[in-house]
Write a protein that binds this ligand. Structure first.
Ligand SMILES: Nc1ncnc2c1ncn2[C@@H]1O[C@H](COP(=O)(O)OP(=O)(O)O)[C@@H](O)[C@H]1O
Ligand SMILES: [Mg+2]
Length: 214
């Protein structure tokens, strides 16, 4: 479903990704582990259409997203990607319900029942009207997990999703991501510097200095 062919990325003179080749199938759960600065976030941002490679192709369902125009790339991101970040990235001035609803609104979908259902699925029933600052870190990440899944994207990208949580809460969040991704048949790409998280993956890939070691 996703195929990266000889993907390179530079920031100025820094060669950050040096010929990445990667195949991800529907239903895959892949972890990419490597130390800080190895290029994990850069790679995830390219797959998520938040940035473009300088060389190589990123095929998603047969289409090369690196040749997309900006508007096409925006649509791709909105429709097909669910992103989970280390620091949750919730919108602070709107409620839990509205945060989870946001991807539906961006896709012109009005399914309020679905919003409530997903809030329940991540264990936050009753918190719909709360604001992010009223929630613990673990609860905020639950909101972000619901938001990543609500519009039924094919691909979930998780960038250090438990990096700012205590280890017990982190395990609960990882279990939740894994369970919901399996139930809804998502492809998950998890990037992390914490090697033990690769236990959640069907396949572990290591990255070192912008090169994948398979
Ligand atoms: N927007 C940017 N501008 C310049 N350099 C960047 C930018 N983003 C990342 N880098 C550099 O690219 C390298 C890889 O960064 P990153 O992908 O964030 O690594 P990781 O997520 O594995 O810690 C680092 O050397 C980082 O400093
Ligand atoms: Mg990173």
């Amino acid at each position: 479903m996703i195929k990266l062919i000889d993907v390179h990325k530079y920031y100025g003179d820094t060669h950050v990704l040096k010929g990445i080749n990667l195949d991800v199938e529907k239903g895959d759960f892949i972890s990419i582990t490597g130390s800080s600065g190895s290029g994990k976030s850069t790679l995830l941002n390219l797959i998520g259409g938040m940035d473009r490679p300088d060389r190589g192709s990123i095929l998603v369902a047969g289409e090369d997203i690196s040749s997309y125009k900006d508007e096409q790339l925006t649509l791709y991101r909105r429709e097909r990607i669910g992103f989970i970040f280390q620091f949750f990235n919730l919108l602070p001035n709107i409620t839990v319900f509205e945060n989870v609803q946001m991807p539906l609104l961006l896709n012109s979908l009005e399914e309020e029942d679905r919003v409530s259902e997903y809030i329940k699925r991540v264990g936050l029933a009753g918190k719909e009207a709360s604001y992010p600052y009223q929630l613990s870190g673990g609860e905020q990440q639950r909101v972000a997990v619901a938001r990543a899944l609500i519009h039924d994207p094919e691909i979930i990208l998780a960038d250090e999703p438990i990096g700012s949580l205590d280890s017990r809460t982190g395990i609960i969040i990882m279990d939740l991501i894994k369970q919901l991704a399996e139930e809804t048949h998502k492809a998950v790409i998890l990037v992390t510097h914490e090697h033990y998280l690769s236990n959640y993956a069907k396949r572990e890939i290591k990255i070192k200095d912008g090169v994948l070691l398979q």
